[in-house]
Design a protein around this ligand. Structure first.
Ligand code: SAH
Length: 345
């Protein structure tokens, strides 16, 4: 069986042609899937009975089962979805004054090994397909009845390590005939896979690129993020400068502040030096403690001092709100789960 939600509109047109149908059927199917959000081919009533039957027999709608849903005191919701192959992934819905943001997962597990992130401690299993990424949005919208307005690729996994499926998912999310969320409301966060940053710059997609920087020296960054042994800070910053030059888009840098690790004035000074003159924004994240993690959150005072230093020296910096930490839904707290290994569903 093929997953019908794996195709972007152009690909679905080709697929329809390959089964002897007119390409405009793809647009009709897109509308049913992403605007009407039907849960069976049978409901696609402007398709012939015969075509509905062919679709039914050859394609799946891949709808997730909710294994668990938790709600934090701030209204953040965390879903554990059964993705129908024995694995479970987490997706988070956050409510902001400007609308709802969804944090989607891109891989079952993660290969990056960042020392401060809970998505790491568990082995990598596989990439999610485009359909499996898109389905997270549909499942959350179906469950809550809300319309998601922002998508952040900041759940489990490294989006640029699942490049093709992530790009394809963005095309479905962004298409006015698909989920119809503007590219400027879509952010991809990466630990810094430099060649893929160059590829992304060529895609002509207006989404926001966020870089998980977290440290300003190679020594410290390599200690926190093994990917830094492959792509050093200088290369990463150069890639960002080239990305900005090519796309004219502002890049975001994420910097998780950990006590006595990367939160003193010297670090702030180095960060200013590193980013000076770039069209960028720094998102400071009070680091969230994870099980067995050695990093702890900086004091509020230090976090504010760090922010003020950056702002006073020409770098726009804001502190990310800590949403969902009481249900382990905050940055770095999501984990892949195996359905068998966790018995309290
Ligand atoms: N793999 C991608 C996206 C997932 S993480 C990436 O590395 O960017 C989304 C953000 O949360 C990243 O900036 C990540 O570094 C950060 N993060 C991970 N663990 C964290 C923790 N314990 N506390 C705060 N932020 C964390």
């Amino acid at each position: 069986m093929k997953q019908i939600k794996n195709y972007d509109l152009e690909q679905l047109k080709e697929e329809m042609k390959s089964i002897g149908e007119k390409p405009f059927r793809a647009e009709q199917i897109f509308k049913w899937l992403y605007q009407e959000k039907v849960d069976s081919f049978d409901e696609m009533t402007n398709l012939s009975l015969e075509l509905r039957k062919i679709l039914e027999q050859n394609y799946t709608l891949n709808e997730y089962k909710i294994l668990r849903k938790q709600e934090a005191s701030d209204g953040t919701k965390k879903y554990l979805f059964d993705i129908l192959d024995g694995n479970a992934i987490e997706t988070v819905l956050m409510s902001y004054h400007h609308g709802y943001s969804i944090c989607v997962t891109t891989q079952v597990g993660c290969k990056m090994g960042c020392k401060f992130c809970a998505s790491t401690g568990i082995p990598f299993i596989r990439n999610l397909t485009s359909g499996e990424i898109v389905e997270q949005i549909l499942a959350v919208e179906r469950d809550t009845g809300v319309r998601v307005s922002n998508v952040v690729f900041m759940g489990i996994g490294e989006p640029l390590d699942n490049y093709d499926n992530v790009i394809n998912a963005i095309r479905i999310i962004n298409n006015p005939k698909g989920i119809n969320i503007g590219a400027r409301h879509i952010s991809i966060s990466t630990s810094g896979i430099v060649p893929k940053i160059y590829r992304l710059a060529e895609e002509n997609i207006q989404c926001t690129l966020s870089i998980s920087l977290h440290a300003t020296t190679n020594e410290k960054r390599s200690e926190m993020m093994p990917i830094n042994n492959t792509y050093k800070i200088e290369e990463l910053i150069q890639a960002c400068k080239d990305y900005i030059a090519k796309t004219n888009r502002r890049v975001s840098f994420e910097y998780a502040l950990a006590k006595e690790n990367n939160d003193n004035l010297q670090d702030a000074k180095q960060l200013v030096k590193l980013l000076r003159g770039m069209n960028c924004h720094v998102n400071l994240i009070p680091i969230n403690k994870i099980e067995n993690g050695k990093y702890t959150k900086s004091s509020n005072e230090n976090i504010m001092k760090f922010r003020d230093y950056l702002n006073d020296h020409g770098i726009v910096a804001t502190i990310r709100r800590e949403l969902g930490s009481d249900i382990e839904a905050a940055c770095g707290q999501l984990r892949r789960k195996s359905i068998k290994e966790d018995s309290d569903y």
